[in-house]
Design a protein around this ligand. Structure first.
Ligand SMILES: C[S@@+](CC[C@H](N)C(=O)[O-])C[C@H]1O[C@@H](n2cnc3c(N)ncnc32)[C@H](O)[C@@H]1O
Length: 421
């Protein structure tokens, strides 16, 4: 399929994937498929208006809500496009739901797990095609919330200030956000699913409304946000989300299954001992990208959002794996990371059918000025569990961290593991 993604040289940062030097090993056919997945073209930074419908039809809900560290949707598509409707696809580190959205598009049964309630809620919304009637109600409610908020701004009425901390926003923006949030709470009380969709739309605009440069940067910036602007953003974002629901992304005449989302630590939450009811051997494929060692801090990325959504960050603080903020000595961190990798992989092993594939996307990290191979813990864990690494591909990606001394190229690896008997 030729999309605007295939032609343009300017790339949006979060989903741009410049690559060099593809290397493959193992089963030739599978390795070629991994290589094709790793070398998908990046997303254009700007898309001409006339090409937007084409982009929206190709990517739909993937374009809703930023989430640092997300996987390129077309990479995932290349790893599952031959699956049959009704088969089961699992992502134990579901993040913003990329894998679930792709699975839902094909009519697969999808299961996602994540330690972050935001990830669970966002993935559920993105991977669900709402009935037409509900789409209409969502639009009407967003219009009503926006109107009520604009009226409050015009009359200079002060809403209760119950959320986040004002210093992260311009004073008038903070008040307007509090008002919007209060209006959405009223919707939640009357119609919980519609209120939840509006909360995710709110989550999609709140970092841009703050003085934080981006979700992955704590740097502050001065933005010039006029009165009434964030209310209009909320309405515009809702309209955009609804376009992703009704555009050509969702193939018609496919039976759809609601996604199953499990909030918890992938190292334990998928075990029967934690109350997980999923049967052994019930999953046909796993596609996942676990956190790269010491690269991101998903907790701090979403602190603004958690504060507005009423999410308690402490379980995430406790259970997030491989986070950048962890400060043990390097050797200890690597040992812990190996143990974590074995733990989540063995939970997945129980669920995957014998002979089926588990695709893992993982990147090298830079810690204490050393380059750490991201794929090695997966290979080691696979060896001591019922998995066999059948193929690998990797490409060079730009370094994300600046270092004093030059380091070898950082690589991103895609591994195909087969569940053995
Ligand atoms: C690389 S991101 C996944 C991105 C995802 N593929 C997407 O496209 O949005 C890794 C995810 O792992 C989650 N995570 C970190 N530690 C976890 C744990 N112990 N159990 C489950 N999820 C965890 C983070 O919250 C984050 O959402």
């Amino acid at each position: 399929m030729q999309t605007p993604l295939d032609s343009t040289p300017t790339l949006r940062r979060s989903l741009s994937l410049p690559f060099h030097n593809l290397q493959t090993s193992g089963d030739a056919e599978l390795a070629a498929r991994l290589g094709e997945a790793l070398t998908v073209p990046g997303l254009p930074e700007r898309v001409p208006v006339e090409e937007r419908p084409l982009l929206e039809a190709a990517l739909g809900p993937h374009l809703f809500h930023s989430y640092a560290g997300r996987t390129h949707p077309l990479l995932v598509r290349r790893l599952c496009n031959e699956m049959e409707p009704g088969q089961t696809l699992l992502d134990p580190f579901v993040g913003s739901g990329t894998v679930l959205v792709e699975g839902a598009r094909l009519g697969l049964r999808t299961i996602g797990c994540d330690v972050s309630p935001l990830s669970i809620r966002l993935s559920r919304l993105k991977a669900t095609l709402l009935p037409k009637g509900m789409q209409q109600v969502l639009l009407e409610q967003a219009q009503a919330v926006c109107e009520a908020s604009l009226l409050r701004v015009k009359k200079r009425l002060s809403p209760p200030r119950n959320y986040d901390q004002p210093q992260f926003y311009a004073p008038h923006v903070y008040l307007e956000l509090c008002g919007l949030r209060q209006e959405i709470s009223t919707v939640c009380a009357k119609d919980a699913p519609i209120g939840e969709a509006l909360l995710m739309v709110f989550s999609a605009i709140v970092v841009k409304a703050s003085n934080q440069r981006s979700e992955s940067s704590a740097e502050t910036v001065q933005r010039h946000i006029g009165k009434g602007m964030v209310s209009r953003w909320l309405l515009r974002k809702t309209e955009e989300f609804l376009r992703f629901q009704s555009g050509g992304f969702w193939q018609p005449d496919i039976k759809r299954h609601p996604p199953l989302l499990i909030l918890g630590d992938a190292r334990s939450a998928l075990h029967p001992s934690a109350g997980c009811k999923l049967a052994s051997g019930s999953v046909d494929r796993v596609i996942t990208s676990p956190p790269y060692l010491g690269t991101y801090d998903y907790l701090s990325h979403h602190l603004r959002r958690y504060a507005w959504l009423g999410i308690d960050p402490s379980p995430i603080e406790r259970d997030e794996m491989a986070a950048r903020r962890h400060h043990q000595p390097l050797l200890r961190r690597r040992q812990l990371h190996e143990a974590d990798t074995w733990n989540w992989l063995s939970a997945v092993e129980r669920l995957l059918k014998v002979g089926s594939l588990c695709f893992v996307l993982v990147g090298d990290s830079v810690l204490e000025e050393s380059l750490i191979d991201g794929a090695e813990p997966i290979r080691v864990a696979a060896e001591s569990s019922r998995f066999r690494v059948v193929a690998e591909a990797s490409v060079e990606r730009p370094h994300v961290v600046r270092t004093e001394r030059p380091l070898p190229p950082r690589r991103e690896h895609l591994l195909a593991l087969q569940r053995t008997s």
